[in-house]
Design a protein around this ligand. Structure first.
Ligand code: NAP
Length: 283
């Protein structure tokens, strides 16, 4: 692969660009973004070698789309229209069903690969891009059989080379499972942050009293609403289901408190400590 076009050069697009360039210095990374200032920043940070426009993707060996999922749904068919027969388009969106659906009948469907790298931070934009973000991380690939074998082979080799482990799933299963392990965690952090801010209007007090437990639990509440609103919109049904189960558990906990049933509370926490074993090796 010689010419890689990154549509979106924020945390994910920018971090992919850094690692790909490190592994393949001969590759030319072209950046495409809505705002000129974002591209300037990406150029200054050396995330990209050149600025480009959508019309240029006809020259691409690979296009990686890393923009909010609602924008991806709109842009993906247009990019596929423009890609050459030997070019591949990959998206990095955090939802997969709507994205796969929008191109299911596209004449160039075989030039598209749907992925979700399970890696990230709460930061966004080009300055959030960091090296080695994907080392040891899972990359979920959906509907791999719908992509031309030669193109999927090239892409999977590239993603393995920057440290990712592939997992294969259908888009619906992806969206259902990711609602629990990612989308619910973000809502939980946002609403925990809101609860504390609403109570303690003087933010200085929060800052003074907040220990590392609060900081690490609420970390995801710093995430970009521009990215997360479309994710919740696209995965609405699954997210509502997870929220209902979560609210049931919170209510149960509150009831045990009201009933002074601290033995049951101890037991609930003891059983949930099992999470230590489940998360062993995940940083
Ligand atoms: P990001 O750092 O905010 O970067 C996204 C870029 O998309 C921005 O630089 C912005 O460029 C552009 N953008 C924003 N709104 C747009 C719109 N409506 N139309 C076109 N471009 C737009 O976000 P990210 O964290 O890299 O996320 C990118 C994608 O990766 C999303 O689909 C997300 O679901 C997925 N993802 C995120 C994570 C994570 O933890 N953050 C993990 C895995 C996958 P301009 O400044 O030029 O507008």
């Amino acid at each position: 692969m010689k010419n890689i076009y990154m549509i979106g050069v924020g945390l994910i697009g920018g971090s992919l660009a850094i690692d790909i360039k490190k592994k393949y210095p001969e590759v030319v990374i072209h950046g495409i973004s809505r705002k000129e200032t974002t591209l300037d920043e990406a150029l200054t940070l050396k995330l990209i070698d050149k600025k480009a426009t959508l019309d240029d993707v006809v020259h691409a060996d690979l296009v990686i789309i890393s923009i909010p999922v609602d924008a991806t749904v709109k842009l993906l068919p247009i990019v596929l229209d423009k890609i050459s027969d030997n070019g591949l388009v990959v998206d990095a969106g955090s939802t997969k069903a709507d994205i796969c659906k929008v191109v299911e009948n596209h004449p160039k469907r075989r030039n598209f690969l749907a992925m979700h790298p399970i890696a990230g931070t709460e930061h966004s934009g080009p300055s959030a891009a960091i090296p080695d973000l994907f080392v040891g991380k899972t990359n979920i690939i959906c509907e791999v059989e719908k992509t031309t074998f030669k193109l999927q082979e090239k892409a999977l080799e590239l993603f393995k080379s920057i440290g990712m482990r592939m997992r294969y799933m259908n888009p619906e299963a992806h969206d259902k499972h990711i609602a629990y392990v990612s989308h619910l965690s973000h809502i939980s952090a946002f609403m925990l942050g809101k609860t504390v801010i609403d109570k303690e209007k003087n933010e200085r007090d929060i800052f003074d009293m907040a220990g590392s437990g609060f900081a690490s639990t609420v970390r995801l509440a710093k995430s970009s609403p521009e990215m997360w609103t479309p994710i919740f919109k696209q995965n609405k049904q699954n997210v509502i289901e997870t929220l209902e189960e979560y609210i049931t558990n919170l209510t149960h906990f509150k009831d045990l408190m009201k009933e002074d049933d601290f033995d049951a509370i101890f037991k609930e926490m003891k059983e949930t400590n099992y999470i230590k074993d489940i998360l062993k090796g995940i940083n």
